[in-house]
Design a protein around this ligand. Structure first.
Ligand code: ADP
Length: 432
């Protein structure tokens, strides 16, 4: 290339010299040199014109020419070919991705950063009734207006999927899972959840029925065991230990059945918050008394509660959740240590801290702690008579109150369980 530029410069020099010589012969050397350079410029302007014309027709072959311009045409032509090839490859890949997405049974919807529909597959049309191409460019929340969907979509916290009834087919349930990518763009997967939900309902019904059926025989058994215990002095001595064990275990089974029934009620019933906000301070006072009775007054339970701070919810469910946390603090804490209950609010909402100085929990167990029957230490829990369902109940109650359970713990130092309630659920009265 450098050589070709040099050649052009030599050509310009030659034209200047020849022009000047011819001009000198005629008595005007400067005009001759000027005409020489004009001729040089015309040659290049012509090539520029050819380049312009050729670029208007990108598919055409480059104009035939040699030298510097020939090289330039070839380089552009080569570059164009490469671009076309990579464009073709890109298009093929895109087509294949779209083809495979079209073949998916699950709905796939691409949504731009403004929340408008960009692209979707055929399954999305069948599942949520999108119409192509008329819905393109419309906000997704104008087409899926269900308030739970709008809240889920706008919140931009997509850790959990959303499961709600289908907008177009009665009796069907859909699962929406949104993923953020690029610059606030969103990819939404939609799955028909009807079968899974039916199985889940069957599981819930099965547990509820079994628990219900076990309740009556258990009541009969523990009733008789209690009667036998009342007449223990008339029974042979060797039966007494067995009788004590049977009473303990039947009480444990009754507790388990009660917890299972509570959980299944939480899972299957509709949530109906009480009209009047609940005085949490009063509730905590009564739970504190029960916890002191459970501990045999061996623990110190301190209560610090904002008496103006109330919460909209179900008193029965909140009592069950808070009791589970406070009773756990008693169960997993050595006697004569301190348990602190603190009910307060800040700019994010209201919070109940249950802090103990007990055995603590290894951080590796924390993510699974609210699973049913999950126990950190099997031996320890059976000693304390636990069912392994307490924290699962707390988690469900908090979800129903649109709140969440937070757990922080240090092995050997103690734990802090916190029930967080959103601002929308609380009531701060200003009256004295
Ligand atoms: P359980 O009926 O066994 O107490 P939970 O669901 O209430 O069941 O608790 C699950 C597990 O979490 C317990 O088995 C226990 O190991 C651990 N745990 C709960 N609360 C505490 C606490 N305050 N301190 C230490 N460990 C706890």
């Amino acid at each position: 290339m450098k050589q070709l530029v040099h050649r052009e410069l030599r050509r310009l020099l030659l034209l200047l010299v020849l022009g000047a010589l011819a001009g000198w012969v005629l008595g005007y050397p400067l005009v001759g040199a000027l005409l020489g350079s004009l001729y040089f410029s015309l040659i290049h302007i012509r090539q520029l014109w050819r380049l312009h014309n050729w670029l208007q027709k990108p598919q055409a072959e480059p104009p035939e020419t040699k030298g510097l311009w020939g090289e330039i045409f070839d380089a552009i032509y080569h570059y164009q070919r490469q671009q076309l090839k990579s464009q073709f490859r890109l298009k093929q890949t895109l087509d294949r991705i779209q083809e495979s997405s079209q073949a998916l049974k699950d709905g796939v919807v691409m949504i731009d950063s403004k929340g408008d529909l960009e692209w979707w597959n055929k399954a999305a049309e069948d599942l949520i009734g999108l119409r192509s191409p008329s819905d393109r460019g419309h906000p997704i929340t104008h087409l899926l207006r269900e308030p739970r969907f709008v809240e889920y979509f706008d919140k931009q916290r997509y850790t959990e999927p959303l499961i709600i009834p289908s907008p177009i087919a009665e009796g069907r349930t859909l699962e929406y899972q949104v993923t953020l990518f690029g610059e606030n763009e969103r990819l939404m997967l939609i799955r028909d959840f009807t079968r899974m939900q039916r199985l889940e309902r069957m599981r819930q019904d099965f547990i509820a029925n079994v628990s219900h059926e076990l309740r009556t025989p258990l009541t009969v058994l523990s009733g008789f065991l209690e009667t036998f215990s009342d007449h223990a002095d008339q029974l042979p001595q060797k039966w007494l230990r067995g009788l004590t064990l049977m009473r303990q275990q039947s009480a444990r089974m009754e507790h388990l059945v009660e917890d299972l029934l509570t959980l299944s009620r939480l899972e299957t019933s509709d949530f109906e918050p009480e009209v009047e906000p609940i005085a949490v301070q009063e509730l905590l006072k009564s739970i504190r008394n029960d916890a002191l009775a459970l501990s045999g007054n061996k623990h110190q339970i301190l209560l610090e509660a904002d008496d103006h701070l109330k919460v909209y919810g179900s008193e029965k469910e909140l009592r069950s959740a808070f009791s589970n946390l406070v009773f756990n603090a008693v169960k997993y804490t050595p006697a004569s240590t301190e348990i602190r209950l603190r009910w307060y609010h800040d700019h994010t909402g209201a919070h109940l801290d249950v802090v103990d100085q007990g055995v603590g929990i290894d951080p590796q167990h924390l993510p699974r702690l609210t699973e049913r029957f999950y126990r950190v230490d099997q031996g320890r829990s059976s000693n304390t008579g636990g069912t392994g369902l307490g924290l699962a109940i707390v988690k469900h109650v908090m979800l129903r109150h649109r709140g969440r359970l937070g757990i922080a713990s240090q092995l050997g130092e103690g734990s802090c369980f916190t029930c967080h309630f959103p601002l929308s659920r609380i009531n701060i009265s200003t009256d004295q």
